[in-house]
Design a protein around this ligand. Structure first.
Ligand SMILES: C[S@@+](CC[C@H](N)C(=O)[O-])C[C@H]1O[C@@H](n2cnc3c(N)ncnc32)[C@H](O)[C@@H]1O
Length: 253
């Protein structure tokens, strides 16, 4: 790794006193780091790169609105993404590595409530159980940066994220991590395993034979046409009967 002149290290973002912490968090991470706000590259970018040195699978995305860098890593696993950290489109740019989730998300852009709340919402989508977030500038002029803390507290309520004021010296370094014992919700766009570690999927079991379409039920035999009794021969014309009057008319006694 290209070394930097000590006189410029961490000067731009007043981050010099936390470079060692950032470096250690990168070293202890899973090797995948997302950095929001890289600036000149001489602060957090440099510290993260130092931490990732020798990592077998190092991957580092630096995201900034502009390319202001005067120092750029020369390592294969580093990439500068020009984009807005509040936009979901920036997530799309780290999508080539869908198979991993970041071990560290470092945030150092604009330190307002609205900005941080947006960033938390956007980058939460790629975070995983082991993701540690570091926020620069959470302690300004000896007091908590209430704008930033309010955004973090609002974001983490009713989730398993926990926040601590990791360092309170100027200008503060806040940290957020997932509380052990609380299952991480399955709402990530990234999977938790690297492709190389992914368990081979079981070969698909042979499908049971498709059920045969039900054979058509034999039709009940058509009812035989009822045979009509042979037509009676036409009745003979009735014989002329004697008047019937006598049958019902009582005879007078
Ligand atoms: C304080 S500087 C970062 C310093 C750097 N982390 C260091 O350690 O030296 C803040 C950076 O955030 C960038 N920035 C501000 N708003 C941003 C946004 N919405 N998206 C991405 N980058 C942003 C700025 O361009 C600037 O380079």
């Amino acid at each position: 790794m290209r070394e930097l002149d000590p006189s410029v290290i961490g000067q731009d973002g007043s981050i010099q006193n936390f470079m060692r912490d950032i470096e250690d968090h990168a070293r202890l991470s899973n090797g995948f780091v997302i950095e929001l706000g890289s600036g000149l590259g001489t602060g957090s970018t440099y510290a993260i790169q130092r931490g990732l040195q020798g990592h077998p699978d190092a991957l580092h995305f630096s995201i900034d609105l502009l390319d202001r860098m005067i120092w750029k890593p020369d390592t294969k696993g580093w990439k500068l993404l020009i984009g807005d950290s509040r936009s979901e489109a920036s997530i799309g740019q780290v999508a080539p590595d869908k198979a991993r989730y970041p071990g560290l998300i470092f945030v150092d852009t604009v330190h307002t409530y609205a900005q941080l709340l947006s960033e938390l919402k956007v980058w939460e989508a790629v975070a995983g159980l082991e993701t540690v977030w570091l926020f620069h500038d959470t302690y300004m002029h000896g007091t908590r940066n209430t704008d930033m803390i309010r955004a973090i507290e609002e974001h983490i309520k009713a989730t398993g994220w926990v926040y601590d004021d990791y360092r309170t010296e100027a200008h503060g370094l806040g940290r957020m991590s997932w509380k052990r014992g609380i299952p991480f919700p399955d709402r990530r766009t990234f999977e938790a395993t690297k492709p190389s570690e992914a368990k081979p999927t079981k070969p698909a079991e042979p499908k049971p034979p498709e059920p045969k379409p039900a054979e058509p039920k034999p039709k009940p035999p058509e009812p035989k046409p009822v045979e009509k009794p042979p037509e009676k021969p036409a009745a003979k014309p009735a014989e002329k009967l004697p008047k019937k009057d006598h049958l019902w008319k009582r005879k007078p006694h």
